[in-house]
Each structure stands twice: as C-alpha cells, then as structure tokens.
Write a protein that binds this ligand. Sequence first.
Ligand SMILES: [Zn+2]
Length: 152
Amino acid sequence: MQLTEHFSLAELQASTKAAQLRIDNAAPPEVLPRLRKLADLLERVRTYLDTPISVTSGYRCPALNKAVGGVTSSDHMLGMAADIVAPGYGTPYDIAKALAPQVSVLGIGQIILEGVRGKQWVHISTRVPDKPANRVITITDAGAQLGIQALV
Ligand SMILES: [Zn+2]
C-alpha cells in the first residue's frame, strides 16, 4: 500500500531483523493513521533535502523493538518515528545539520542524530518530546547531548 507518493507501508514496516527472527512486524490498523502522518513528514523532508531518502527503521512492533534494543517508550512502536539516511545528500550529520533549524517549518517533532555501535542515522519523529529541550539532540555510545554534534 502506498502511503504517499514516495513512501509505502511496506517500506515503513520492513525490517531485516524482524525477518531474521521471524517476527511479524505488520502495523496494526490503529497505527496506520500515524504512519500516514509520518509518511507526510518524510515527503516534506525529502522535498527539503531534494534527494531520495531511505528509511532504515520505521514501525516496530513491541517484539521487534525489544529485539533491536529500542527504548520502551520508543516512538517507533507508535508509528511516529523513522530512522533515515540519504547518501545523495550527505552523511547523517550533514542531514541533521540541515534539518535541525527547520524542525518547526517541516513539522519535525524530534530529530536525533544517532551514532551508536559503529552506525549512523537520523531519527525523526512526528511527536514533540515531553521535554522541549530534547527536540534536537545527538546520541552516541557516550550518551545524549543537546543539539546536533559532530560524530567522532
Ligand atoms: Zn529511531
């Protein structure tokens, strides 16, 4: 099912980890409206970056979220977050730097530059975090920092 012009439901629930572990990561019906909203956000980000973006993790059922070590309150489980990369634009740091000043304009609730366990990606959510200061943060193996920080 196509959610928006460039994003399908299949892409937002695809997971190699789920396939490996034979976890059924199909989003339940009540999550679909949130995934549509998320796809709308991804379209705005794609338009702003002017390049295709790949979703490396979208919806996660509770079993998958646990398997990937996601936090128990993860927006991924609500269908409100996607991890993205856009090699055509640049590194995750480049992408996060470009998007961070535009969070209100683009309707990004939260953006996290993540560089953990040797991998890097940008997490965007449609939900504004309870603590507004956490709206733009960087998370590395060393912990969380406010703002978008260079990954070393
Ligand atoms: Zn994420």
